[in-house]
Design a protein around this ligand. Structure first.
Ligand code: AVJ
Length: 320
């Protein structure tokens, strides 16, 4: 009944070492940057959940619309007995997929960097589906994955458009590593936000109520708590810009005046000029041909492409 396992693939304290390494390399280069995974402590995960309910943030609703409409087709096409979900977060949308995959589904493997999001989600799911084995993994899926030996066929889902957080070269490595997880008959379900008008995109990352600004600044709280940094959120402005050449949104923190952030534990002082920006996230937007080409380069074949009615977001089903 309700087997629930939680595995950390890395010893807990490498998280601190990873953060220190990212701070050292990302904050001492020009322009400054930090990887977006550091947003997601318990507070950051909560703020992201709040973002998904904002009127301006359409991706979650658009993807849910596609999942509800296409879950039966996905179930029929894959016959999955194991669902692996990378970057599962609260697993809220996944419910639709899980319900369509039952009764054939045996095992659900949510993978996320946020242990708080994982245990919350797994609790809800095991309560709703006591017959399902839930094996949660606290892991950074950009570093390669070892999956538990669950029954095939496997469906690996990477939803929400989170692949857009990776730069093109990182996406290529990531898709190749996913490809190695797939046996013949397994499949990848990939969610991608789509290129659209700039006003809609920028509003989704700079909402009127300031929740995304708080989410962006939360990374400064992570630096304070984890590394003893003296970063003050009031010293920075939230910035969201669309890069039309690279077709991605960048979130940045812009110093309101010249300041220095000190990291006593790292013996590091990071100077910011007035107006200097720290890039905290890239969120790439896609087109069908680009997705097909990237899948192809990783040895994956685009089998289905579904969008919401408004054409804002896409789900791709790819086979090995
Ligand atoms: C969770 C990575 C899909 O890029 O849209 C939301 C994160 N950042 N608002 C995205 C995010 C700002 C989100 N992903």
């Amino acid at each position: 009944m309700s087997p629930f396992l939680l595995t950390r693939t890395l010893p807990e304290d490498t998280t601190g070492a990873d953060l220190r390494a990212d701070v050292r390399s990302g904050l001492t280069r020009t322009p400054k940057e930090l990887p977006p995974k550091w947003f997601y402590d318990a507070r950051g995960s909560e703020l992201f959940e709040e973002i998904t309910r904002l009127p301006e943030y359409y991706p979650t609703r658009a993807e849910r619309e596609i999942l509800i409409a296409r879950a039966p087709e996905i179930a029929a096409a894959t016959g999955a007995r194991t669902l692996v979900e990378l970057g599962s977060g609260s697993s809220e949308k996944t419910r639709h997929l899980i319900e369509a995959l039952l009764p054939g589904l045996r095992s659900y493997v949510p993978v996320d960097v946020s242990e708080s999001a994982l245990s919350g989600a797994a609790g809800t799911l095991t309560a709703a589906h006591p017959e399902l084995e839930v094996h949660a993994l606290v892991a950074d899926f950009t570093r390669g994955l070892a999956l538990p030996g669950t029954p095939g066929p496997r469906l690996v889902a990477f939803l929400g458009g989170t692949i857009g957080n990776l730069l093109p070269a990182e996406r290529e490595l990531f898709l190749r590593s996913v490809r190695t997880l797939l046996a013949p008959g397994d499949a990848l379900l990939l969610g991608t936000d789509l290129v659209k008008d700039e006003a809609t995109l920028v509003a989704a990352y700079d909402d009127a109520s300031g929740v995304t600004a708080a989410f962006n600044k939360n990374v400064l709280s992570v630096l304070r708590r984890e590394l003893g940094a003296d970063a003050d959120p009031d010293d920075f402005d939230h910035v969201a810009v669309w890069d039309p050449e690279r077709e991605w949104i960048e979130m940045r923190l812009r110093a309101r005046h010249a300041l220095t952030v000190k990291f006593p534990e790292l013996d590091l002082a990071v100077p910011f000029e007035a107006g200097e920006e720290l890039r905290t996230e890239v969120s790439a937007k896609f087109r069908r041909d680009g997705v097909r080409a990237e899948l192809d380069a990783a040895g994956l074949e685009l089998a289905h492409w579904w969008t919401d009615e408004a054409g804002r977001f896409a789900l791709s089903l790819a086979t090995a």
